[in-house]
Design a protein around this ligand. Structure first.
Ligand code: ADP
Ligand code: MG
Length: 369
């Protein structure tokens, strides 16, 4: 197999509208050929702007974008050969579905007979063969979005950009479309740059995820690494569920550290993920599923420095797992998530308990500011 090569390179890309606020801030990003890359981040973090710069609807104020090694700065949008799908799928209401899908081809001067053939194929790809003669208004939201996907595929671009394409759909349809787009990507081998603010969607669909925050990438990683090994407090908080404890760094050596937890005034051991000075403020993140719970005095298997005392406040059954809500000494809220097979081993509500973990799952970061 050939080693992966970038199809797109953002090199020192900056974008400001007013000369002050850096909407995209010195961005370096390689999109690898054939991958499904998701830009994930809160609203206003610069995801759409980044796609618009790549599509050519906005111009960078610094840096250069390369597509297949060639600078894009002088290539107008329609010559970039990039397919696009947006949240408001914006089909032309007065045109038939076939005319909508054929539009990118007719503006490129493709002959009518060829258009008909390729429209048919694109409709089949999104499992809407036979819908060509209808109008957008006669289709459901999900079907219209599939048509928008077909329209982006029809001129066989090497690169497709999607900006929150499923945002307007209800949960069930959204999850179905996520898998459909993922399968389409695998079948066609096209490169996908996908924007969402939904971390579950990003984890489900992507080969890699770039977490955006204030116009910068906080972390670029596979879904699994992003979830298990966040490299800073922002990513830890943004992806998945977390127990967060604030405190100060007391000692650090060889990646391990001891943190004095402010609320409980106890020392706990963790893995130091970022460079932080002794005495500096840190926040610790512990995934609920990486924590165990026992009645107080029964945590014989826990390492010292990897447990905290509290009282069990609530047990919530969720069919496939059970959640235990604990109030730590000092009144800090703590959530524990266990498989349903352990439900019968949980202490009773009101019991004095200890929560415990192993140090590699206790990750210490510099506090967000
Ligand atoms: P996201 O897609 O992550 O929600 P955007 O890229 O749309 O973020 O926007 C990032 C920031 O840029 C926002 O604060 C937004 O208000 C600002 N912004 C976007 N477009 C313009 C524009 N045309 N003029 C001025 N500010 C803009
Ligand atoms: Mg956006």
């Amino acid at each position: 197999m050939s080693s992966p090569e970038p199809i797109v390179r953002f090199v020192g890309i900056g974008k400001t509208y007013d000369g002050v606020a850096r909407i995209v801030d010195n961005l370096d990003l390689d999109i690898m050929r054939g991958e499904f890359l998701t830009l994930l981040g809160p609203s206003g973090s610069g995801k759409t702007t980044t796609l618009m710069l790549l599509a050519g609807f906005e111009t960078p104020t610094a840096g250069e974008i390369l597509l297949e090694g060639k600078p894009l700065s002088r290539v107008p949008p329609y010559q970039r050969n990039i397919g696009m799908v947006f949240q408001n799928y914006a089909l032309f209401p007065h045109m038939t579905i076939a005319e909508n899908i054929g539009f990118p081809l007719s503006v490129r001067g493709v002959p009518a007979a060829e258009i008909a053939k390729r429209v048919e194929r694109a409709l089949d790809m999104v499992q809407l063969g036979g819908f060509g003669k209808r109008r957008p208004g006669q289709l459901s939201g999900g079907q219209q979005q599939r048509i928008a996907v077909a329209r982006a595929l029809v001129f066989e671009p090497k690169l497709i950009l999607m900006d929150e394409p499923l945002g307007a759909l209800d949960k069930q349809l959204r999850e179905q479309m996520q898998l459909e787009i993922r399968r389409l990507h695998q079948r066609l081998g096209v490169t996908m740059a996908y924007v969402t603010h939904d971390q579950a969607e990003a984890l489900t669909m992507s080969d890699r995820i770039a977490v955006f925050h204030r116009g910068r990438i906080e972390q670029l990683d596979t879904p699994e690494r992003m979830y298990e090994y966040p490299t800073n407090a922002f990513v830890a908080r943004f992806i998945g569920e977390n127990n967060r404890l604030d405190g100060h760094l007391e000692t650090a050596a060889n990646g391990r550290c001891a943190i004095r937890v402010a609320a409980t005034d106890t020392l706990i051991d963790g893995t130091l993920v970022e460079t932080v000075g002794i005495g500096d403020a840190v926040s610790v993140s512990l995934r609920p599923e990486r924590v165990q719970i026992r009645a107080a005095g029964h945590t014989i298997d826990a390492q010292p420095g990897c447990r905290l005392a509290g009282s069990l406040r609530e047990i919530i059954y969720l069919g496939d797992h059970v959640r235990a809500r604990v109030a730590l000494t000092g009144n800090e809220e703590f959530m524990v998530k266990r498989p349903i097979s352990e439900a019968h081993t949980l202490p009773h509500i009101g019991a004095a308990v200890e929560v415990f973990w192993t140090p590699e799952h206790c990750r210490a970061f510099a506090q967000e500011h």
